[in-house]
Design a protein around this ligand. Structure first.
Ligand code: SF4
Ligand code: MG
Length: 316
């Protein structure tokens, strides 16, 4: 099974890709340096597994993951330690991902200690600078996770992820566990940190509103496959894949473009362990026809630097 990277997009992306996945467990995409690629899909569709695979916290069964020119699937596991400085992850649930018995100083400073930066004073100085840049205070250093609100805990998680100066950060549902008002603050913080520090994000969410707001491009995932990928404006204005249309039908249309076709999903999400044959979406797709049940569609270039995988979208 082959995927076609959208050539015109790759040529027009002025930035070099910092991350390039080629058919890793059937998924292919690139993330340009300085870009935010949003990854959206329902829970259980494989978004977090993909996130962990990108960082090799989960071993891929196939393909290559090229980070800044190096195929990390070929590195010995220990070789990843040096690269980990440059690739980090922010988790969904800041409370579960912070050790309740450790202080902010220890939590945020731990990655430095792991990297062999031993001087306590150096760690402390750096941790203070880092927590201030995420909106916390040096007075917070000795406190423990339970003494903070959900939003503050996510700020601690962000500080921990950024302490080693990474260039690439996977944000795995970083605001899904937070109240809506706090979500906006954390999204704004991630945006300003990105600009200040020149970060590249792979931003994962099940919330099309959040993804539409933060992303330069969006990849739509269904049962482990990317079914559509394209620039945010184009994808929101003129979604091509029936599943993308269904995701967007669930939210009010705010852009001024032509009225989007509304697509209603039927049926339950099949088990990712035994996905339907052919197009995995055929059991829920209102447009499914015979061919969909036997033949798997591949991602093909569409209008405006988008690609989508649907038999209805083949060149006509
Ligand atoms: Fe629907 Fe068929 Fe397209 Fe799959 S290939 S999205 S089932 S029309
Ligand atoms: Mg998840």
């Amino acid at each position: 099974k082959t995927y076609h990277l959208n050539k015109s997009l790759m040529q027009r992306l002025s930035r070099q890709p910092i991350l390039d996945l080629k058919a890793v467990d059937r998924v292919s995409f690139s993330v340009g340096s300085g870009e935010t690629l949003g990854l959206i899909g329902e829970s259980g569709c494989g978004k977090s597994t993909l996130a962990r695979t990108v960082l090799r916290l989960h071993e891929p069964t196939s393909g290559s993951i090229v980070f800044d020119g190096i195929d990390i699937t070929k590195l010995p596991y220990r070789g990843m330690t040096a690269l980990r400085r440059r690739m980090q992850i922010i988790f969904q649930d800041p409370y579960a991902s912070l050790n309740p018995r450790k202080s902010v100083l220890d939590i945020v400073g731990l990655p430095m200690a792991i990297q062999g930066i031993a001087r306590r004073a150096d760690i402390r100085d750096r941790v203070v600078a880092m927590i201030e840049s995420v909106g916390l205070k040096s007075a917070h250093l000795g406190r423990f996770p339970h003494q903070f609100s959900g939003g503050q805990r996510q700020r601690i998680g962000i500080a921990r992820a950024l302490i080693l100066n990474p260039s690439f950060v996977v944000c795995d549902e970083p605001v899904s566990a937070l109240d809506v008002s706090v979500q906006a603050q954390i999204i704004a913080l991630l945006g300003s940190l990105k600009r200040e520090l020149g970060l590249t994000y792979l931003f994962i969410s099940h919330d099309i509103g959040v993804i539409g707001h933060v992303s330069d491009r969006i990849a739509v995932m269904y049962l482990g496959d990317i079914v559509e990928i394209g620039p945010t404006r184009e994808l929101l204005r003129a979604p091509k894949h029936p599943y993308t249309k269904a995701l967007l039908s669930a939210v009010p249309q705010i852009d001024a473009g032509p009225k989007r076709e509304r697509v209603k999903l039927t049926g339950d999400v099949p088990s990712p362990l035994s996905p339907p044959k052919g197009c995995k979406f055929h059991t829920r797709c209102p447009f499914a026809f015979d061919r969909c049940r036997v033949e798997t569609p591949v991602l093909r270039p569409q209008r405006a630097e988008s690609s989508a995988a649907c038999h209805l979208l083949e060149a006509s």
